[in-house]
Design a protein around this ligand. Sequence first.
Ligand code: HEC
Ligand code: HEC
Length: 210
Amino acid sequence: MAKNSSTRSVGKACFGNWLVTAALLFGSTASSVQGAESTDITRNCNECHGTDGLGFKPGVPHLNGQPDYLLTNMINAFQQGKRSTKVKMHRDITDAEVAPLARHYAQKKAQRPKSATNPDLVARGEAVYLKRCADCHVDNGRDSDKEAPLMAAQDLNYLIDQTLAFKTGVRKFPFLMDGAYKDLADEDLTAAAHFFAAQEQEVPKKRRRR
Ligand code: HEC
Ligand code: HEC
């Protein structure tokens, strides 16, 4: 199966590689070539994630500013079937495309549109967050420890889906996150999603000094 799909996409992959190679060869002086690479590499993703990595529709995550290695992990999990997905295209991303895609979205810093959140749930979610999630989803979800994705200002519908997906078993818990979920009700988890969605995506000043 993998063989077939790679044969079919050979033409496209070669063209993509050529552009990457050209961009590498000509470096920053060839800005038009680099521009072509960025547009080209995300051509299959733009409809949902935008060229800047901003999710267009409710339920589509923002990818911008997510560290390079985490985007790589996420895409690899889709490719290898370790994470289920509603979008077939995620499985068809070729190995050669992973690094340029991850690099592309990691560099994008556009302002994420904020989802409308419920203030009562944000407050309840903050309590859950501080007790259970803060060790790994550091700094209100703006930073990461133990390979946890950044969550601040993430799309609310996406966050609710994914938060519950670990509990229902649709998504496999990463190391130690199952302990953090112990005895939490769906309402607590939904509240945590509201809390993350309501956060500012910018890193606060105290962290900028590092
Ligand atoms: C039809 C819409 C659509 C297209 C096209 C699409 N995505 Fe997605 N993407 C989604 C949705 C919806 C999710 C949420 C999880 C799921 O159902 O797969 C997602 C999740 C992701 C995630 C995981 C984010 C996280 O925080 O864990 C990554 C990474 C990603 N997409 C990358 C891509 C890349 C790269 C492409 C292009 C090759 C692409 N997507 C094309 C809709 C899309
Ligand atoms: C021990 C560290 C740890 C703790 C504590 C933790 N998480 Fe996570 N979380 C992770 C890691 C690692 C991932 C990435 C999982 C993956 O790649 O599949 C993750 C992913 C997620 C995601 C998916 C985000 C995305 O964009 O794909 C959600 C939602 C989430 N965590 C919610 C929570 C909530 C809610 C809590 C607290 C109740 C929590 N986590 C506590 C480590 C942790």
